[in-house]
Write a protein that binds this ligand. Structure first.
Ligand SMILES: [Ca+2]
Ligand SMILES: [Ca+2]
Ligand SMILES: [Ca+2]
Length: 149
């Protein structure tokens, strides 16, 4: 599956916002080609998600019981929403309209694609997309399963 990134404007924005940590505001997991083989494998995505989850817990598990309660989840959503407002409330009315939400969603997808595009040629090649496809396909199945890459 080859996908062209929406626009250079968006990808430039994403590149800068990733550096500024806005990726987290958009709940985009920061993916890394840990073993340097040029693709983000399913295992690397899973590892990144586990790390993101741990970070989330560290930040929002206020009572430290290792789980996010309803209130803790709400606090997390509020924090995320406020962070999204900073980036995506284009008209500055303090709310995210349908269009603003769509822009945020597009940016998030672009951010993920930008990360998957390890060689930075602006396209996510089939090889680069394979790891994500695998994670999606496995869906709710057991995570952290080891497999020969
Ligand atoms: Ca890799
Ligand atoms: Ca708005
Ligand atoms: Ca690429």
């Amino acid at each position: 599956m080859v996908k062209q990134l929406k626009s250079t404007i968006v990808s430039t924005f994403i590149a800068t916002s990733l550096l500024s940590g806005a990726a987290m505001a958009m709940s985009v997991t920061e993916l890394q080609d840990t073993n340097g083989d040029g693709v983000i494998s399913a295992a690397e995505i899973t590892a990144a998600r586990e790390a993101a989850k741990a970070e989330k817990l560290a930040q929002f598990d206020t009572d430290g019981n290792g789980e996010l309660s309803r209130n803790e989840r709400r606090a997390m959503k509020d924090a995320r929403y406020n962070a999204m407002l900073v980036d995506f409330d284009a008209d500055g009315d303090g709310e995210l309209s349908r269009d603003e939400r769509r822009a945020a969603k597009d940016a998030r997808r672009a951010a993920v694609e930008a990360q998957l595009d390890v060689n930075g040629d602006g396209e996510v090649s089939a090889e680069e997309a394979a790891g994500m496809e695998q994670v999606k396909a496995e869906g709710g199945k057991k995570r952290g399963k080891k497999r020969g890459a």
